[in-house]
Ligand binder design. Structure first.
Ligand SMILES: C[S@@+](CC[C@H](N)C(=O)[O-])C[C@H]1O[C@@H](n2cnc3c(N)ncnc32)[C@H](O)[C@@H]1O
Length: 290
């Protein structure tokens, strides 16, 4: 006999909110519909689908991977097991970029390690019509599978971004895409966890390790990026602003690393809503690079 929504939710062994989210995914209805239609009958097939998802959820598979969606900066992004699930704290990068771009024109934005594409797509959507004419946006990732998802998201959100596969800024440097002298804004939420931090956090075990962990106390990829930024400023650009997301424990190590490559730059650290150091911002000009 067909179950009702209420009966199925009652029997479910996972958290009520998550049950509602999974059921809304199976029925292709909103969560509000699920809550307001307890007597609605569901088919046997839908029940089977729901139970399979609930079983995976009880094995700590993130809900976003089960529904294939995650909300970021007010809109939905497609996600799968090849991309990091966008985090709310990363929305700070979008806010920061938008506030910097407000006072600038002719800027090139590059998102390094784009994953689902959530950062540049949110920026481009927020910029609306001015995006594309005033700003050029590039995004890179070392994972071809991540680039595939990012492209799908860009199509879904109807924004124009050039996605490139490769190591940090290397594909942009190789293709000589930055020969113009307009200012450059580089953003990155690169892997920054240590191996130990990764292993001690059960909730992230289903996400790609390559999207989370970096060698040398989580600093290796940011150090490589700083080296590439230094080569860009000496060869092409007159001004580069860089915004990176960090682990709060790196709030001394990262500025020290920046000073190693850009001794005269002023470094700003921004805290997230939990009052933890989260963003590091620095700007360099050609003559400051010595
Ligand atoms: C922490 S995730 C961030 C994804 C996305 N920007 C976000 O905020 O949700 C880091 C991303 O960097 C990519 N990545 C790792 N090493 C890289 C490298 N050497 N060059 C380019 N991308 C890299 C990973 O594949 C992953 O998609």
């Amino acid at each position: 006999m067909a179950e009702t929504i209420a009966k199925l939710l009652q029997k479910s062994k996972i958290d009520r909110r998550e049950s509602e989210l999974l059921l809304s995914h199976v029925l292709q209805k909103t969560r509000e519909f699920i809550i307001s239609h307890p007597k609605q009958k569901i088919s046997k097939l839908q029940e089977i689908k729901y139970k399979a998802l609930a079983k995976k959820r009880s094995r700590v598979v993130p809900i976003a991977y089960l529904t294939g969606n995650k909300e970021f900066y007010g809109t939905n992004f497609l996600v799968n097991k090849y991309v990091l699930i966008p985090r709310p704290e990363t929305e700070m990068i979008v806010e920061e970029v938008l506030s910097i771009l407000k006072n600038k024109d002719k800027t090139i934005l590059i998102d390094v390690g784009t994953g689902s594409g959530c950062i540049p797509i949110s920026v481009s959507s927020a910029l609306g019509d001015s995006s594309g004419t005033t700003y050029k946006i590039f995004a890179t990732d070392i994972s071809r599978k991540a680039i595939r998802i990012a492209k799908k998201n860009a199509k879904k959100h109807k924004v124009k971004i050039e996605f490139l596969h490769g190591n940090l800024l290397q594909p942009i440097i190789n293709k000589k895409l930055l020969t113009t002298h307009c200012s450059l804004l580089i953003v990155a939420n690169l892997p920054y966890l240590t191996e130990d931090q990764y292993r001690s956090e059960p909730s992230i075990q289903h996400e790609p390790k390559k999207a989370l962990v970096a060698r040398n106390q989580g600093l290796a990829l940011y150090e490589k990026l700083f080296k590439q930024v230094r080569s860009l400023i000496s060869n092409h650009q007159s001004q580069i602003t860089t915004i990176i997301e960090i682990d709060p424990s790196q709030s001394e190590a990262i500025p020290n690393l920046i000073k190693k490559y850009f001794p005269k730059t002023k470094i700003e650290i921004k805290k997230d809503l939990a009052e933890l150091s989260r963003l590091v911002i620095f700007s360099i000009k050609k003559n400051l690079n010595k």
